[in-house]
Write a new protein. Structure first.
Length: 216
């Protein structure tokens, strides 16, 4: 399995920080990729958004969940991730909306890049489906302080997984078979070491969590 492009930690960074010498193409690299992918997946799930900077395109079918949206009530649109470093297209029901050139809404939208907040007083055609499209670049780039912090937090979580892997005792594993399917799991006692592994990390990660406020 390859490394998730959303991961803040690659093999080179992990080797430098840990003092290990995991080689590319080795079985240990596969283990590292699995741990790194698990960590970024959990971080993004906890934060309810993507974190690492990426370009999103409304013509990319894989990005539809982050680039094509249903019409909403009100005058404020919140991007699924932030900050927004570049917004190249924002259209409503096939009409391209441009940035405002004045202090009113008659000429376009207002964008708060840091918050990922777009205000457009013309409205977003509430009731229509898949009528809002956006092409943008969002998330933390490698030059930001947030990126550096998220990289360190990611490394700490991956290191914890590695340390517990190395300390694990295969005698504590249970092999079971159901029909033609067999699997291995850990005994409850073996799982105790994982309890509370990341409380400090997640407390630091909490400020990156995305909260959604809905008006009813």
């Amino acid at each position: 399995m390859g490394l998730n492009a959303s991961s803040f930690v690659d093999l080179e960074y992990f080797n430098i920080m840990s003092g290990l010498a995991i080689t590319a193409g080795s079985s240990e690299e596969i283990i590292f990729n699995n741990f790194a992918n698990s960590v970024i997946n959990n971080m993004e799930y906890f934060c309810s958004r993507k974190l690492k900077e990426k370009e999103y395109s409304s013509t990319d079918e894989e990005d539809e969940d982050f680039t094509i949206f249903d019409g909403i009530q009100g005058t404020t649109f919140w991007f699924p991730t932030y900050p927004i470093s570049e917004l190249t297209l924002f259209s409503i029901s096939g009409v391209t909306i441009s940035p405002s050139t004045a202090f009113d809404d008659s000429t376009g939208y207002f964008l708060n890049k840091k918050m990922g907040k777009l205000v457009y007083f013309g409205g977003f055609d509430y009731g229509y489906l898949q009528n809002i499209k956006a092409d943008y670049t969002g998330g933390y780039n490698s030059e930001s302080l947030e990126y550096a912090e998220l990289q360190v937090l990611s490394y700490e979580m991956i290191s914890d997984l590695y340390n517990n892997k190395n300390e694990s005792n295969n005698s504590e594993l249970i092999s079971e078979k159901i029909g033609g399917y067999s699997y291995t799991r850990a005994k409850p006692k073996e799982l105790e070491k994982y309890q509370g592994m990341f409380p400090d990390v997640f407390s630091k990660l909490y400020k990156y969590k995305r909260f959604i406020i809905q008006w009813v």
